[in-house]
Ligand binder design. Structure first.
Ligand code: NAP
Length: 309
């Protein structure tokens, strides 16, 4: 006997949601894509913006997780987040708990999911290890400090301004150093002693990678999150310590990994250790100025966001 199985075909369009945007995160990658320096060249016309926070306006017929009126944030959009309304696939949308406002919702997507991937997936950190968040005062850095502290690591961070350093200490770091100070690497070495640092989450590898290799412990790992150019290193620095350098790209994560990261981060929001810190805020019409300032920053003080009103 032949058995025929009929499967209802679900169109991707029916799995989309329309979000009324309240705020959108500004990420350095928005500027690389907009200026054409990123490996991803979008189809034109193009609207930037991955990290939207807002209210569901409408859902496709196959969407079951959300309904009109739900508060949400995203890790990606289809139509672009620098807009009044954004279209997103339902698997890139997450519930925004009442205790976080829309500004904070716009600071979660790329920063926290990247920090989580870098620490837990790429570095496979273990409680009790030490981590240096090299560039801790911006979107990804503050997220990394909060996550690392919640997972039981000894957290060191860096920032270039007094305000940035204060924020880093308030958000999970046990110690903070100024990466603009001439002798700060010696200060970190003195602080961690002979053993060195187990993990470095690196935001500017083209400046710091060589120093990072000298700061690592035996078996230590540098996770390259950000880099804006080349740097010369001595490969010998990796040999005696059997240390490693690993790059991370958030969007290499599978759908399943995104769901796992989201589950851990939702727990952080519920318990309260995940609390995005908002830095500079701009109205949407000032997006060009925001792009200029995030690259030529005089010192990060949390996550940069765009507001719709
Ligand atoms: P951000 O909010 O602009 O923060 C930039 C951070 O870098 C600040 O903490 C800044 O500190 C710090 N910094 C500046 N000069 C430094 C130096 N010499 N040494 C160490 N840190 C330094 O940017 P973000 O959103 O956190 O992103 C950070 C980097 O990661 C960017 O390059 C971004 O493109 C990249 N990124 C990559 C992924 C991925 O999937 N791989 C995902 C997200 C972001 P001060 O301002 O206090 O000097």
């Amino acid at each position: 006997m032949l058995l025929f199985q009929f499967q209802k075909t679900i169109s991707p369009l029916s799995l989309q949601v329309l979000i009324k945007v309240e705020a959108c995160g500004v990420n350095p990658v928005d500027t690389y894509i907009r200026s054409g320096t990123h490996s991803v060249k979008p189809l034109l016309p193009y609207t930037p913006g991955f990290d939207v926070a807002g209210i569901i306006e409408a859902v496709g017929e196959s969407v079951s997780a959300f309904k009109k009126g739900d508060r949400v944030f995203t890790t990606r959009t289809i139509s672009g987040g620098y807009a009044e309304y954004a279209l997103a696939a339902d698997h890139t949308v997450y519930t925004l708990p009442e205790k976080l406002d829309f500004k904070q919702g716009a600071a979660i997507g790329i920063p926290y999911f990247t920090a989580y991937r870098a620490l837990l997936h790429s570095a496979c950190v273990k409680p009790g290890e030490s981590v240096l968040v090299h560039g801790a005062s911006g979107g990804v850095g503050i997220a990394a400090c909060q996550i690392a502290r919640a997972y039981g690591l000894k957290v060191l961070g860096t920032a270039s301004t007094e305000e940035g350093q204060k924020i880093v200490l308030e958000n999970g770091a046990h110690k903070v150093f100024n990466h603009k100070e001439a002798n700060y690497i010696d200060k970190i070495k003195k602080s961690v002693g002979e053993k060195g640092v187990d993990v470095i989450i690196e935001m500017l590898a083209n400046v710091n990678l060589s120093n990072d290799l000298n700061l690592l412990s035996h078996g230590g790992r540098v996770i390259v999150v950000g880099s804006r150019g080349p740097i010369e290193i001595n490969p010998r620095d990796t040999m005696t310590k059997e240390s490693s350098i690993k790059g991370v790209t958030l969007f290499s994560s599978t759908k399943e990994e995104f769901q796992q990261f989201a589950a851990a981060l939702q727990a952080g929001m519920e318990i309260g250790w995940l609390k995005p810190v908002i830095g500079p805020q701009y109205l949407l019409e000032k997006a060009a100025q925001a792009h200029e300032n995030i690259i030529h920053s005089s010192g990060a003080t949390g996550k940069m966001i765009l507001l719709l009103k």
